[in-house]
Ligand binder design. Structure first.
Ligand code: ASN
Length: 330
């Protein structure tokens, strides 16, 4: 008997539909229901017994913290069911990396949890969703994927949900991991080359089973001629932390430093990350005296992933020391 895999559908381009087969970029996301996604790939039956559930039907740019919590709690509930061997989540690609990291940090399971999307709608020529879905179910049904945290399968590659990021749009090779993919999935077989070393899933201290909301955390972008307006506005709107998507090594413009020190004095956490594409790396006390200002360095996490970790940390009352430790451990 084939392993049982739950398919949680949330929308995105993998469930998208365009007017003609030539529409690879102009289409509506989140149109095709989960049973049609499954019926569209008859080869799935050769890999697993797939059961579908429509959790949301949205484009992923519209994901909110409430969506994250609802999905995370559903995945956690399914993961404890003895009749579920693996879980696949179909998801829009725009914020897929955020949801993947959120689940990687908050769902306490050894079972494979695999996120998948597509860059072209199913109606387009050379649509990539069907093979991506088959590959994702292949990995989720594979015992060798256990214990590796939340995974992302796109374009024949298996990535860790921690590292992977959408680096390119339009093209089907959109997802990359700064430290490389974990493996490949080819013709129904997973091939592994490395495993994550940071804490995740069963090794995580984060718990979302009892929380209903996540604290507000916003991202402000660094650039030439930048001012402090956005940082102050976010704090005034209730942000408990502001992620600085900093230039270069997470550098902060001289004109912005006083406002960030003032916000920190008011209790807002300041997290320095880097806006660079392809693998940022922010080191504590390099560029800015984090010890003196009581700021946090995001290390290699990009701004959107830094936001996810910070929300989970603050939901459990982390102070700046704890938050910094968590940035190094997760
Ligand atoms: N390729 C995609 O899935 C993009 C779409 N905007 C989404 O994230 O839902």
């Amino acid at each position: 008997v084939k392993p049982q895999v739950m398919l949680l559908a949330t929308g995105g381009t993998i469930a998208g539909a365009g007017a003609t087969a030539a529409n690879s970029a102009s289409y509506q996301a989140a149109k095709v229901p989960v049973d049609k996604l499954i019926a569209g790939v008859p080869e799935l039956a050769g890999v697993a017994q797939v059961r579908g559930e429509q959790v949301f039907q949205i484009a992923s740019e519209s994901f909110t913290n409430e969506h994250l919590l609802t999905l995370g709690q559903r995945v956690a509930a399914l993961a404890v069911q003895a009749d579920v061997q693996g879980i696949v989540i179909t998801h829009g690609t725009d914020t897929l990396e955020e949801t993947a990291y959120f689940l990687h940090l908050s769902v306490h399971t050894d079972k494979p949890v695999v996120l998948v999307g597509s860059m072209r709608p199913g109606t387009a020529l050379s649509a990539d969703g069907a093979l991506n879905l088959l590959n994702a179910v292949t990995v989720a049904a594979d015992a060798s994927a256990r214990g590796k945290g939340v995974l992302v399968v796109m374009n024949d590659e298996i990535h860790t949900g921690r590292d992977v990021t959408k680096m390119v749009n339009i093209k089907t090779e959109a997802f990359k991991s700064p430290w490389g993919p974990l493996g490949m999935v080819v013709e129904g077989k997973s091939h592994w080359f490395r495993a994550p070393v940071k804490r995740h899933t069963t090794g995580s201290e984060f718990d979302i089973t009892r929380i209903r909301t996540l604290p507000r955390v916003d991202i402000a972008y660094g650039h030439g001629n930048v001012g402090d307006t956005a940082y102050k506005a976010f704090a005034a709107a209730g942000a408990k932390a502001v992620i600085h998507a900093g230039t270069g090594n997470g550098s902060v413009a001289a004109g912005v430093v006083p406002a960030l020190r003032e916000l920190r004095a008011q209790g807002v956490q300041i997290v320095r990350s880097a806006r660079v594409v392809g693998g940022g790396f922010v080191i504590r006390n390099a560029e800015q005296p984090d010890d003196q200002y009581d700021w946090v360095a995001a290390h290699d996490l990009n701004p959107q992933k830094a936001r996810i970790l910070t929300m989970l940390a603050l939901s459990q009352g982390a102070d700046s020391k704890t938050l910094q430790r968590q940035f190094m451990e997760y």
